[in-house]
Each structure stands twice: as structure tokens, then as C-alpha cells.
Unconditional design. Structure first.
Length: 496
């Protein structure tokens, strides 16, 4: 069945029907992490949000090229044009090469994403691998008259651009307000205007990460990388650019300006932004020092946590709220997410216990007949994952009724119910049943059951109930367990 997907476009502040520029191909770019520390809950939200979009677009039949970058140079401490490079500062503190820091935390990020069942992107470009493309971008902007050189650094001329186009269309800010709200920072006197931003920074003598250019030895400004790499891998016009809401200004606003200044028009059709994770109403982030890493959630080691929370509990927690709404962290909220996740997984597992009847009860038939489109309607309405979860909970209630023999379901309806639940829970929401993931957990469970059965067999032998003893041994052997009687008791091993 054909689906009409509506997505909220931050640029137009409205929901719009998604129409790819070059269907069935879709180009999607999402801002990835700056790799100078362990990934935290704030990193999980955009990764999961756009993972669900990636999954859904592919399910609808689109051929998606998903680009998610790694920022490994140019992101300065204050997200502006002053301070140390975040990665270089970390490298000095730990007495390592900057690329050692970048590689270590990139690996850590990948590990966390795998645990959260986030699919890898089609392409994961690094800023340091695209210095030439960023220099070319800067040169185009200068050639078009929207940038100027100052002491070897290149700055974007926001006032000139604003006069010819309009700066602030994504965030809704105007240039006067931006100038009035700008902080007077050390080292910004070489700018013509406080609102101007760096395209290329001349490296100070102590700066390790530097590249040659026609202007100076230096490094690109933070905003350049996404414009340059988006264009390289998705073309001068592509469909979706995503990221956290905190990137709307200045990062994505600057990206729009760079694109228009270099090529004459905008690159991106739809701008999508997830909202923030908050703690006590304040944004969670490394710069604020109030973050909890994903590893700390998984092992429960942070002082704010009552217990450990599994990766799927974290994923379920994030999907339980719409991506454009804020999510406030609390142990109570995570405990509720765990209960919800367990409820859904138990309902999925109970599908195998349902026995088909000749025909379905009217309530079941009506529910199953409408379920799949209800789930699609929720996804089509700007990825309303809470509504998807709500419909799946209703499906779990129906499964409970069927298990308790309070209703009947035909074989065809049972197949459709299971297919719809599995499609949306596993394939599209990206959840997985953690109970079935651990080989060690399975082995431990097998062991406990076998030990219990062997104790029953030992009791039968002690009462000389040889028939029961042999029956237990034969049943275990049929299931693949080899039982050996020794003077110290019975031993077993699984031969499957």
C-alpha cells in the first residue's frame, strides 16, 4: 500500500508531504558527534530518531544514501571562533595525538550505537578527510564576495550576505538581534562584525592540527565540514538534513548561508531537528558537565542512576516521546520505559502461544484488519512513535485475550497480527528482544533447568523409581543432552 509521509520542516515551520528530489533516491545528511568524549544520552536521541527515519524510508521503497559525519577537527570550545579545538585540548590533557583521541572515541561511539541497534550510515565521512573540499568551499564563497581575509583567517561576511539574501531564515533570528546578543570574545577583534563566523582559522604556533592553504596554515571552521561533505556525497541539492535542535543556530543557519553564498541557492529541501534530552529542565551536554554516558546507563555506574538500564530500555525511553518534544531524564521515567519495553516483548513472545481457530471473533477481526494502517498512519504523521507504541500495546492486550481463550483468531488473522507487530516493533522502531540475545544467559538458563531435572531424577533413583529415572534420562537425551552417571552424581553436556 502506498504511504504519504508528512515530516515537519524546521525551515517552513510546518508539516510537509515528503517528495524526494530524485525518487526513488533519497539523500539524507545528519550531523554526527564531535569525538572527544564518550557518547551520552544526548547523542543517542538524534541517532535513534534518524535511524527510525532511515529504516522507514527504506521500508517505503526508497534507496537512501544516509551520510552521518564525524567531527574530528575545527569544533572549538565555545561553538564559536575562539578557544581550543575540543579534540586537541583533550589530546594535550591525555598526552596523546589528536587522532588517537578521535579514533578512540569514534570506536566508543560505534560500540554504543551498535548496542542501541542503530544501523550504520551509508557513508561516515570525517572532517579531517575532507580539508580540500572545505578549502574549495571557502574559495567559492570568497570569489562570490561573501567572505574576507583577516590576518590569515577567513570570515563569512554576514552583513553583506544578509543584504543580498537573508540570514536567519532557519532560526527566525534577524541580524540586529544576533549582533546585540553576541558576546564580545577574546580574539574576535579581527572580525568586521561580531556575527561573522570563521570559514578558515589561521593556526596559532601551539596548534597541532593544521593544513596548508593559500591564506595560511590552519584549519577549517566548524560549519564548513557539513556543507562541503553534504555536497560531495549527496550533490548540490538533496532531500533531508537532520540533527539536534541545538544545532539550528548557529551551525545549520551558517550551513544555509554557506550553501547560498557558494552556489547561489539552498542545498537542503527538508530540515529536521529532534528536541533535547534534559535533566531537571536543563539541556544534557558535555559542555554543561551534566551528562550521563551511555556506558554508565548500561552498567548503572553513575551516581544519579538507581540501577543499570539496558540499551533497549534506553531506545524505548527515547521512542516513547515524539522526537520534537523534550524528554526529561529521571529514574522513574526509565523504570516506566523498562516496564513498557518488557510488556511489549512479552506480548511479542506470547504470539507463539496463540492457537488459531476456524474464524476470528468480531472484535479481533476488526482490530487486526485496521492495525497495520493505524501503525502506518502514526509513522506517516511525522514519525509519531508514541502512537505506534500505543497501538502495539493494544495489540499485546489482544494477544493476552487470545492466550487466555477469551477470544478466537483465524490462522490468516494471526499471521497478519504477528507480521504487523514484528514489522513495526523490530524492523521500523528498531527494538530487539534482549532476552534472546545473550548466549551466556541462555546457557545459564539451560543449566538451571537441567540441574533441577537431574535432581528430580536423583530423587527417583533414591526411591528406586527406575522407570521415572530412565524416562527423565531418555527425555533429556532426545532433547540433545548427554547424561553420564558418575560416583559423584550425574553430569551433562548439550550436543546440539
Amino acid at each position: 500500500m502506498e504511504q504519504n509521509l508528512l515530516i515537519y520542516n524546521t525551515l517552513t515551520r510546518s508539516k510537509e508531504l515528503f517528495k524526494p528530489l530524485h525518487a526513488p533516491h533519497v539523500g539524507m545528511y545528519v550531523c554526527g558527534p564531535t569525538v572527544y568524549g564518550d557518547p551520552h544520552l544526548g547523542h543517542a536521541r538524534p541517532a535513534i530518531t534518524f535511524d527510525v527515519l532511515f529504516r522507514y524510508l527504506r521500508h517505503l521503497g526508497y534507496k537512501v544514501r544516509y551520510v552521518r559525519n564525524i567531527t574530528d577537527v575545527g569544533h572549538l570550545e565555545h561553538d564559536a571562533d575562539d578557544g581550543d579545538d575540543k579534540i586537541e585540548k583533550k589530546a594535550r590533557l591525555e598526552q596523546l595525538e589528536p587522532m588517537e583521541i578521535a579514533q578512540h572515541y569514534t570506536n566508543r561511539y560505534h560500540k554504543a550505537m551498535e548496542a542501541l541497534n542503530v544501523l550504520p550510515p551509508s557513508i561516515e565521512p570525517h572532517a579531517t578527510g575532507h580539508i580540500i573540499e572545505q578549502e574549495q568551499l571557502v574559495k567559492q564563497i570568497m570569489d562570490n564576495g561573501y567572505a574576507y581575509e583577516s590576518n590569515g583567517s577567513i570570515y563569512f561576511d554576514v552583513a553583506k550576505y544578509d543584504k543580498d539574501h537573508k540570514y536567519g531564515i532557519l532560526s527566525g533570528r534577524n541580524l540586529t538581534d544576533i549582533i546585540n546578543n553576541s558576546r564580545q570574545l577574546a580574539g574576535t577583534t579581527e572580525k568586521r562584525n561580531q556575527a561573522d563566523f570563521a570559514l578558515w582559522k589561521k593556526a596559532m604556533p601551539e596548534h597541532i592540527m593544521r593544513w596548508p592553504s593559500e591564506w595560511s596554515e590552519g584549519f577549517p571552521g566548524w560549519h564548513c565540514e557539513c556543507t562541503a561533505m553534504g555536497r560531495k556525497y549527496l550533490g548540490s541539492h538533496f532531500d533531508i538534513h537532520g540533527g539536534g535542535m541545538d544545532l539550528v543556530f548557529p551551525h545549520h543557519e551558517c550551513e544555509i548561508a554557506q550553501a547560498v553564498a557558494s552556489q547561489g541557492d539552498q542545498m537542503v529541501r527538508y530540515w529536521m531537528h529532534n528536541n533535547m534530552i534534559t535533566i531537571n529542565g536543563q539541556k544534557m551536554g558535555k559542555s554543561l558537565g551534566n551528562f550521563i554516558t551511555l556506558e554508565q546507563f548500561f552498567n548503572g555506574s553513575h551516581a544519579s542512576l538507581d540501577s543499570a538500564y539496558s540499551p533497549m530500555t534506553i531506545r524505548f525511553f527515547i521512542l516513547s516521546a515524539h522526537y520534537r518534544g523534550t524528554v526529561d531524564f529521571s529514574n522513574d521515567a526509565l523504570k516506566a520505559a523498562k516496564k513498557g519495553y518488557d510488556r511489549l516483548m512479552n506480548g511479542m513472545a506470547d504470539l507463539s502461544r496463540v492457537q488459531a481457530a476456524k474464524e476470528s471473533s468480531s472484535e479481533i477481526s476488526e482490530f487486526v484488519g485496521a492495525l497495520r494502517q493505524r501503525l502506518y498512519d502514526a509513522m506517516n504523521d511525522d514519525l509519531q512513535t508514541p502512537l505506534v507504541i500505543g497501538a502495539l500495546f493494544e495489540a499485546c492486550h489482544m494477544v493476552n485475550m487470545l492466550v487466555d481463550h477469551k477470544a478466537n483468531i483465524s490462522a490468516a488473522d494471526l499471521q497478519e497480527l504477528g507480521d504487523a507487530m514484528r514489522l513495526f516493533a523490530f524492523d521500523l522502531l528498531g527494538l530487539r528482544d534482549e532476552k534472546g540475545q545473550s548466549d551466556e544467559a541462555r546457557e545459564e538458563a539451560y543449566g538451571k533447568v537441567v540441574e533441577m531435572v537431574l535432581k528430580l531424577r536423583q530423587q527417583a533413583k533414591q526411591t528406586k523409581d527406575w522407570a521415572t529415572s530412565d524416562q527423565i534420562r531418555d527425555a533429556l537425551a532426545e532433547a540433545g543432552f548427554e547424561i553420564k552417571d558418575t560416583k559423584d552424581g550425574a553430569t551433562w553436556k548439550l550436543n546440539i
